[in-house]
Write a protein that binds this ligand. Structure first.
Ligand SMILES: [Zn+2]
Length: 170
């Protein structure tokens, strides 16, 4: 699976300046009622954004002649999952489940067991890099819901999620 970021807006969301090659900048996710919004921001504009962000990371544009591409590294994905895993609202719990599937595929999480809790199946997952255990409820998602959530995650993190849905659809 490709985790490379596809072309994203290649300018600062605040000042509108085009990023140079190999320029460092910040990417941040902001949580709204309607979903997550992603903004890329140059170093000098970064400030207020940090306090308001749900999650953020530092990145660097890639060298020309290819169009600038931005990467999300494994730590970013784990941190995003870690934040979602503690969520109590249903929408974020569904996103946490989808992130869990992505991280399992990437072997950043390992499934150590499953258990039942009321009418839910909980996946017991271990993250080696954080040495942390998670229990994520299997959301039993329909294909349509899965596609919608995958699209949301794909957009905010700008990931190519081809094939990931196969495992979620049943
Ligand atoms: Zn700027």
């Amino acid at each position: 699976m490709e985790w490379e970021l596809q072309s994203w807006q290649s300018s600062c969301a605040e000042c509108g300046r085009e990023f140079a090659d190999r320029e460092e900048y910040y990417s941040a996710l902001y949580s709204h009622d309607e979903g997550f919004e992603r903004k890329d921001c140059c170093i000098s504009c970064w400030g207020q954004g940090q306090r308001d962000a749900f999650s953020f990371w530092r990145a660097r544009t890639k060298k020309a002649p290819e169009p600038p591409r931005r990467f999300v590294n494994d730590d970013v994905l784990i941190e995003f999952f870690d934040r979602l895993a503690g969520a109590t609202d249903a929408r974020r719990q569904r996103l946490a489940f989808i992130m869990a599937v992505l991280l399992l595929r990437k072997r950043l999480l390992r499934e150590t067991g499953r258990r039942r809790n009321d009418n839910k199946v909980l996946w017991i997952l271990h993250c080696r890099s954080l040495d942390k255990e998670y229990e994520i409820a299997d959301q039993g998602l329909a294909a349509g819901e899965t596609a919608e959530l995958m699209q949301e995650i794909g957009q905010v993190l700008n990931l190519s999620l081809d094939g990931v849905g196969d495992r979620l659809c049943r």
